[in-house]
Structures are given as structure tokens and as C-alpha cells.
Design a binder for this molecule. Structure first.
Ligand SMILES: [Zn+2]
Ligand SMILES: [Zn+2]
Length: 288
């Protein structure tokens, strides 16, 4: 027997080899994360959450309150996001139907997702697939599912990198568009009206959003670590000092590392949570 996706020979009676099964789990974890991040760019204030204006075009983009918003980024960019989200939602809906046909015992669980909005549906359905992984492993279209999810995850991931480059920083005070800040960057540029504001103006929201961000103690300008991000966002001035503190805390066991797993499921280097580091920095300041 061979793996439905990569063709490796297997003898476990499953549709996928171990590597592809692990990859499937990673895709199911990432797809809803990207989907939710991209959806937050604009939440159409209309029933059933469908995108685009009437007539099937890309008429208008709407913020959470249903006001039309204008994007100054290169033309057509957000239409790509709309397309990708609609396509992903349609694919997942199709798979939900096919799964119900092939595994009738899951029909009640699938039916219970019927009333959800797009983003909630994607999250809940991916979770349903994750929790029923063993059932998936004998589906005749399991390889196809992994192929589709892989393309979906790459597409949404690429758009996320482009359009949601970092942490949510709240809504623009001038035009109400959702803004994002990249780790290590000291300013926030509104994708709606182009106004630029200091990252520190958005600090409360950003730090709350970014608490679970994990990174190496110190990175580079292009690929910032915790020290660069903390210096960009807070009153800290020395990347060296913060980097050294993190390493010290780690050595003393005050800071717990997590071993980061990349998108393909391979273990990578040790990382730390931003929230844990900020807590320790705060404690140190109060003690001083
Ligand atoms: Zn395989
Ligand atoms: Zn704005």
C-alpha cells in the first residue's frame, strides 16, 4: 500500500503515511488561524457574512459597523483576500458535505455547524476534522483533502504575511480600518487612510494580542526576536540588555522555553512567550 498523498509505501492500513498525517494536523491548525486573521480585515455587516457587493462584484469593503471603507494599497489587493476566503470557505463546506456522505455518524456534528458565520464555521469544522482524525485516515479522498488543505494554507498564509503583518493594533482613529503592527517595527500604518502613528499609541491592544507570540530572545532587523519587539513597543532602549535578561531568566528556570514547530511539523529552535518576558520585565522594574 502507498500513501495517498506522497506515495510512500505504508503498511498501517491508513490512507496517509505518518509524515503526511502529521502535516494534515498542522494544516488543520493553521487554516483557521489565517482565516480568522484575514477575516478581521473587514467583517461585512450583512446577514450570512458573504463578501462583495450585490451583483457578484467586489463592490465595497465594510468595517465591523457596516461602513464602507477605502483601501489605499495597490489596487485589487483586497479582492484577492476576499477570493481566497470565499474559496476556502466553499472548499471546506464541500468537504463537510462529502464527509457527511461517507461518515454518516458525523452528520449531527456537521449539521450543528450550520448556523455559524464563515470564520466560526472554518474554526469549528477544522476542529471537528482534528478530533476525528482517525476516521479521516480511512477516507478514500484523504490525500485529496491534504492536497487541498495544503494549497489553502499556503495561499491564506501568504496573504496573511502580506495583509496581516503582525499583531492587531486596533482600529484607525481616523477611518476605523483594522491596523496591524509588525514585530520590531515602531510605527503603525493604517491600510485604510495611510496615516502613520507610533506603535506605543496602540500598546494596550498590541501587548494583549501579542502575549502568546513566541520568538527567540534576539533576532535580526528582518526577522525580529523578543528583544527587538520589546524595544520597538515599550520604553526599553537596549536590545542587548533585554536579550541577555531573557537568556539569564531561561538559565535560572524563571522562563520556560517552548520548542517551536514549523509549518511542516518539524521541531525548530527554543522560543519564549512575549507575555512571560513582559511579566518578568515588569516585576524587575517594580523591584528596582
Ligand atoms: Zn505520505
Ligand atoms: Zn485610517
Amino acid at each position: 500500500m502507498t500513501c495517498d498523498y506522497c506515495g510512500a509505501s505504508i503498511d498501517n492500513g491508513m490512507a496517509l503515511c505518518e509524515t503526511c498525517r502529521a502535516a494534515l494536523m498542522v494544516r488543520l491548525e493553521w487554516v483557521p488561524v489565517h482565516f480568522a486573521n484575514l477575516s478581521r480585515l473587514y467583517t461585512p455587516g450583512r446577514p450570512n457574512g458573504s463578501f462583495g457587493g450585490g451583483g457578484g462584484g467586489y463592490g465595497g469593503l465594510y468595517d465591523e459597523d457596516g461602513n464602507e471603507i477605502r483601501f489605499v494599497r495597490e489596487g485589487g489587493g483586497l479582492a484577492q483576500v476576499q477570493n481566497a476566503l470565499s474559496l476556502a470557505h466553499a472548499d471546506l463546506t464541500t468537504w463537510a458535505r462529502a464527509l457527511g456522505d461517507d461518515r454518516p455518524q458525523l452528520i449531527p456534528a456537521i449539521d450543528s455547524l450550520g448556523g455559524l458565520g464563515e470564520s466560526e464555521f472554518v474554526t469549528a469544522f477544522c476542529w471537528l476534522l482534528t478530533t476525528n482524525a482517525m476516521t479521516l485516515m480511512t477516507l478514500p479522498w484523504c490525500g485529496e483533502l491534504l492536497g487541498g488543505l495544503t494549497r489553502m494554507e499556503r495561499r491564506l498564509g501568504r496573504l496573511t504575511d502580506q495583509w496581516v503583518p503582525g499583531w492587531y493594533a486596533g482600529r484607525c482613529r481616523r477611518c476605523d480600518t483594522a491596523c496591524y503592527v509588525e514585530p520590531g517595527v515602531t510605527w503603525v500604518t493604517c491600510p485604510g487612510c495611510g496615516i502613520t502613528t507610533p506603535a506605543s499609541d496602540h500598546l494596550d491592544i498590541v501587548l494583549n494580542e501579542a502575549r502568546d507570540w513566541t520568538a527567540r530572545p534576539k533576532g535580526t532587523a528582518k526577522n525580529p526576536g523578543l528583544a527587538e519587539a520589546i524595544v520597538a513597543l515599550t520604553g526599553e532602549s537596549s536590545v542587548e540588555r533585554v536579550g541577555n535578561l531573557i537568556r539569564q531568566w531561561s538559565k535560572r528556570g524563571q522562563l520556560i522555553a517552548c520548542v517551536y514547530v514549523d509549518r511542516d511539523g518539524d521541531p525548530n529552535q527554543k522560543r519564549y512567550r512575549l507575555g512571560d518576558v513582559l511579566d518578568l520585565l515588569g516585576r524587575k522594574e517594580r523591584a528596582a
